[in-house]
Design a protein around this ligand. Structure first.
Ligand code: AHR
Length: 668
């Protein structure tokens, strides 16, 4: 066949066409390579994974603070005893009303007055067996119900006084909302002339079915007038602390192994006005002497969970307190100027620090001892304000707090809420909510890779990837959080603390101030969100040494913004990694996030270390990006741990679509 023959030409054309087709095919993506260099190390901050908390979404009231009575001091509404209702049998007569003329003390300036004007006693009030019932009293609805559980002891207390007509006992009960079923009962006697505290124990039977369709009832046992103040009901608490915290929520927190607690806010520290800031002096001492205050999220706080309770919470979970103090900026627009006007607040901060750390020879240390905790608490970090801005003259306000605190407590590390010029803070608090979902969270994963190490260190005091499926994060959001966290972990020589926010959410309608929260609950049950399990995977697999980790041939994918976020569609990486080594245990934790919707083969290469052939893999994934955990399916998306084989100094592993993996490798 010569070069001019038709067959030759056809063959040539066919060859050229198929070559062109071959060229049009995208080259197969090169396998990504994760390189972990165990010879290039930096110390990893032991405090990297902590908690941030404030009164938001009914986090304490109706949440962590185990008190079951809502509006226990009748101050939620000045005109009406909200959440309290009259219980009255048809044959009984009487009424309830707020009463400001009778009150327990100046902190609690209003009482609930019960006028029992029944003409004849019923059988429960000493009348004849066949007499009609004349029950009269009040019921409290609880925070979306009172949780009734089997074989459970509840401690009730209340302050009361009565007029001379009243002779009966006060009967207490836990009962169904229609009053037909009584789950537990008790009674107190002797309520008379002066204000006094009364206590009783109510215990449910073993065969009671758990329910939150229940109420707490106090009945006055005879005609006459009774005034009530500070009515309280506690179920068992974590470590059996009086005035304590809800055990299931503490268990969820404890399982995260958090290293610090940033409190009491958030916006909650600032208040809407200087009067409604977190004023520690009003949150300590006997609970009936705490006035409570209006919070920043549209409901009152009893301050039953006050400064000492924050500190014992830290003690119980072995967390470092990161104490935020009010620094003059309020959410309502008032800013106290630096100078003499700010001085009382600077003094408050000094007093608060003394309350936390002072020995009993100091004024506020002695107060703490009187409140029940004679040993001082360890305190290293104090944050001056929350989310201040340059327009509010923060620089001068920070300087005033800085100088006063450092003069008295030079060892304290001070956190500024933004960069300041006049003083050098020890740390700066960064916050970022990734409102567009994974796009911005993934972009932020490299945020600190090239950060200047000479300046102040960073506490990342609030972050979350937020998405389209409130109230708690779905797998999509959790992948964004995990990608971002690999960046914090690679840089934890510089970013020494981090915390997701907000922590808690009561999932009942009307409780939420902020969609996308870490832990959800109602009166009876609780669950960790998908992001909670990312936190748990990272916090419980964290070594003391960062190993330099890089990715070559990083795959990318085009993402669009979730929940109408403002970010434009963008090509972003879909593979993320970080590695730390636990020197004492001789293990390396390699975290790999595959954000893509297809399984991702990855070549993993270690330098400077021998890796054993077997280890463990903990993997979080689910069928759909929108999968969430909930009260009904609390464990739908949770990590699974299995043996990992085929490990070596160099190996290939395929990571499932939409997954977070922690590989635990034995290494020497
Ligand atoms: O976490 C919710 C709020 O977000 C915090 O109170 C505030 O600091 C931030 O703006």
């Amino acid at each position: 066949m010569n070069a001019k023959s038709p067959r030759f030409l056809c063959g040539l054309v066919a060859a050229l066409v198929s070559a062109a087709i071959l060229r049009a095919q995208p080259a197969p993506a090169a396998t990504p390579v994760i390189r972990v260099n165990a010879a290039a190390t930096k110390p990893s901050s032991p405090l990297l994974y902590g908690l941030m908390t404030e009164e938001i979404n009914y986090s304490y009231a109706g949440g962590l603070y185990a008190e079951l009575i809502i509006n226990r001091s009748f101050q939620d509404n000045a005109r009406n005893p909200d959440y309290w209702s009259l219980v009255k049998d048809a044959a009984a007569a009487g009424s309830i009303a707020l009463d400001r003329t009778e009150h327990l003390n100046d902190a609690l300036p209003v009482s609930l007055r019960i006028d029992n004007t029944s003409a004849a006693p019923g059988p429960a009030q000493g009348g004849a067996a066949g007499a009609p019932r004349t029950r009269l009293g009040v019921a409290n609805a609880g925070y979306w119900g009172i949780p009734v559980k089997p074989s459970t002891t509840y401690r009730a207390s209340f302050f009361a006084k009565a007029d001379n007509n009243f002779s009966g006992p006060v009967a207490l009960s836990l009962e169904s909302n229609d009053g037909a079923t009584v789950f537990a009962r008790a009674q107190v006697t002797g309520v008379s002339g002066g204000w006094k505290k009364y206590e009783a124990v109510l215990t449910t039977a073993a065969n009671v079915s758990p329910t939150a369709a229940a109420r707490f009832v106090l009945l006055t046992g005879s005609p006459g007038t009774v005034w009530l103040s500070q009515v309280s009901l506690f179920p068992p608490t974590w470590n059996n602390r009086p005035n304590g915290l809800r055990p299931d929520l503490m268990r969820l927190l404890s399982d995260l192994r958090p290293t610090f607690l940033r409190f009491p806010g958030g916006n909650y520290v600032e208040g809407n006005s200087p009067e409604t800031r977190f004023d520690f002096k009003k949150t300590i001492g006997p609970v009936e002497e705490r006035p409570g205050h209006m919070g920043t999220w549209s409901y009152r706080s009893s301050d039953g969970l006050g400064l000492l309770e924050f500190l014992t919470w830290c003690e119980d979970l072995k967390m470092e307190p990161v104490l935020a103090v009010f620094a003059g900026l309020t959410l309502g627009g008032t800013t106290i100027s630096a100078g003499p006007a700010l001085e009382p607040y600077v003094q408050d901060a000094l007093d608060e620090i003394e309350y936390v750390t002072g020995d009993v020879s100091t004024k506020w240390g002695a107060q703490r001892a009187k409140d029940g905790h004679s040993a001082p608490f360890k305190l290293t970090y104090v944050e001056i304000g929350n989310e201040d801005n340059a327009r509010s003259n923060y620089d001068a306000r920070f300087a005033q707090f800085h100088d006063a605190i450092k003069a008295k407590h030079p060892q304290l590390q001070l956190i500024a809420t933004l960069a300041v010029q006049s003083r050098t803070p020890d740390l700066i608090d960064d916050h970022q909510y990734y409102n567009s979902g994974q796009i911005t969270a993934r972009q932020a994963a490299t945020r600190y890779d090239t950060a200047d190490r000479k300046g102040p260190k960073i506490i990342f005091g609030e972050y979350a990837t937020r998405g389209a499926t409130p109230p708690t994060p779905d797998l999509n959001n959790a992948l964004g959080d995990a990608a971002f966290l690999t960046g914090l972990e690679r840089n934890s020589d510089h970013v020494i603390m981090s915390t997701y926010a907000p922590l808690f959410l009561n999932v009942n309608p009307g409780a939420s101030s902020w969609p996308t929260d870490l832990i959800g609950y109602d009166a009876l049950n609780s669950f960790g969100s998908v992001s909670y399990y990312v936190q748990k995977m990272f916090g419980t697999h964290h070594g003391d040494t960062i190993l330099a980790t890089t990715i070559e041939n990083t795959p990318t994918e085009r993402l669009t913004a979730d929940r109408g976020g403002s970010a434009q569609p963008a090509d972003v990486p879909s593979l993320f990694a970080s590695a730390t080594r636990d020197t004492a245990k001789g293990v390396i934790y390699l975290k790999v996030v595959n954000g893509a919707g297809t399984p991702q083969p990855v070549s993993i290469e270690f330098n400077g270390v021998n890796v054993a052939a077997t280890g463990e893999a903990t993997v979080l994934t689910s069928a759909n990006l929108t999968d969430v955990n909930s009260l009904t399916e609390p464990m739908k998306v949770t990590p699974k741990t299995e043996p990992a084989t085929g490990l070596a100094g160099k190996f290939t592993r395929t990571f499932p679509a939409h997954s977070v993996t922690v590989l635990e490798l034995k290494a020497n």
